[in-house]
Design a protein around this ligand. Structure first.
Ligand code: NDP
Length: 281
């Protein structure tokens, strides 16, 4: 079987060029979408993600700002920053880059974002609304994956979908979105037994594990759609996914490459949700 790549990068570029048009028509009405990212500490990966977000936001015309805060900042001082942004009418989207340093309670901070400015979909109000089927912001990574599947006309109805990983930001919301599209879902995690057997029954497999090349061809049902969320570094420092892409070629019907698959879609959905906030005003 020929395996087709699900090219997130290409779709992201197409969506972002459409976004430029949307932002221009907002500018004509005197509205400039604003996105502010709070980055605490010196985490290398977070710095790269945040810079990427800023660069791409600027490219589509969003006014983007990064507020860099020291690792030692107290929870109260960070919350104060969030509250200032809540009050600032020029800021439509607030994003607190995770993870935060250990001494800060992430949930407490996320809870303090005005939920109408939450463009990551992590505020408990948005999470709750999402669970009830009427979200105003969605977690960007699974949302981007759903857009990718839609763009390639991949039907989910009646399919067996296995999501490996149960984090709040990827695994859990991913499973729910697949269920909404009428897939039958299984969620696996580090305590799951017989992962390989489960995987071999999956028509759609989403790997959101954080373990480089853990999913090899022998996990894959012939013809399955394989989504690789993982972003890991190998010994040489190269970015690799959770899926050993080369070994699933010829078995899967579709697979997302790393890089160039899920990552660019995640950022694109963040931009989309920021622009939507202004469009809805
Ligand atoms: P977490 O570490 O929060 O979650 C990982 C999940 O994988 C957990 O549920 C864990 O199980 C499960 N797991 C770990 N080891 C195994 C195993 N051996 N077998 C089965 N399940 C296992 O990670 P995230 O969800 O935040 O991220 C996952 C990956 O996706 C990372 O590589 C991350 O960098 C990447 N990522 C990529 C994004 C993108 O835009 N492309 C965005 C966000 C994340 P348990 O719950 O039992 O511990």
């Amino acid at each position: 079987m020929e395996t087709q790549l699900l090219e997130g990068k290409k779709l992201a570029e197409k969506m972002q060029s459409e976004m430029k048009v949307r932002v221009n028509s907002l500018l004509e009405k005197g509205k400039i979408p604003g996105l502010t990212v709070l980055l605490v500490g010196e985490d290398k990966a977070s710095q790269v993600y945040v810079r990427n977000k800023e660069r791409q936001a600027t490219k589509v015309g969003i006014k983007s700002e990064i507020i860099r805060l020291p690792e030692t900042i107290s929870e109260a001082a960070l919350i104060e920053q969030v509250e200032q942004l809540n009050e600032d009418a020029s800021v439509h989207g607030i994003l607190v880059q995770l993870p935060l340093p250990k001494h800060i309670n992430e949930q407490e901070v996320l809870r303090k974002i005005d939920y109408s400015k939450d463009v990551d979909g992590f505020h408990p109000m948005n999470m709750g609304n999402f669970l009830l089927g009427n979200a105003s912001a969605l977690p960007c990574t699974p949302y981007g994956i759903m857009e990718l599947l839609k763009a390639y006309d991949i039907s989910l109805e009646g399919k067996n979908a296995l999501v490996i990983g149960r984090s709040n930001i990827v695994g859990k919301p991913m499973a729910l979105m697949l269920m909404e599209k009428n897939a039958t879902i299984t969620i696996a995690h580090s305590k799951t037994k017989n992962l390989k057997e489960l995987a071999q029954q999956a028509d759609v497999l989403v790997a959101a594990i954080g373990r480089g090349h853990m999913i090899t061809g022998e996990f894959i049902k012939p013809g399955a759609v394989v989504i690789d969320v993982g972003m890991n570094r190998d010994e040489a420092g190269k970015l690799i996914g959770d899926v050993d892409t080369a070994s699933v070629m010829g078995i899967a019907s579709y697979v997302t490459p790393v890089p160039g698959g899920v990552g660019p879609m995640t950022i694109t959905m963040l931009l989309d949700q920021t622009i939507k906030k202004v469009e809805a005003e």
